[in-house]
Design a protein around this ligand. Sequence first.
Ligand code: 4NP
Length: 153
Amino acid sequence: MVCLGNICRSPLAEGILRNKAKKAGLHWTIDSAGTGNYHIGEAPHRLSQKVSKLNGVDISFQQARQFHKNDMKHFDKIYVMDADNYEEVKSISQDQWNQDKVDLLLNELHPFENREVPDPWYGTEEAYHRVYKLLDLACTAVIKKYEPVEIKK
Ligand code: 4NP
């Protein structure tokens, strides 16, 4: 899960997806990163922590890091929050760039529409609640897409 600062949107997406994957019995390695380096080592934004906690998801232990080109190799799927993130990931990845692995997260909810998760950085708490709801719906779609189908006897 990738955004700009790795303190507002992608830490929420990481926490939400980890929570849902665990509940679905999926042993995925889930991580998040920012394309920028401004907040490396910081905990998620106070309001991201607050809103996720209200929804039963703990992200307080997460620490911001910057996206690295090796992430493109290491992870099977890379979800970005907006079009700028997409271009930055492409630029950072250099020779490792693999277009098939990268998509806007909201395309899992609205295929091919290239909708963006709005940046709540300058917003009020309400903006963080709205972002949480969007990410929650998108992560449910991701789980549905990849979880193994139960074979009925
Ligand atoms: P994020 O939000 O990309 O969702 O983590 C932002 C966090 C910090 C900044 C911008 C966006 N910033 O400019 O420092």
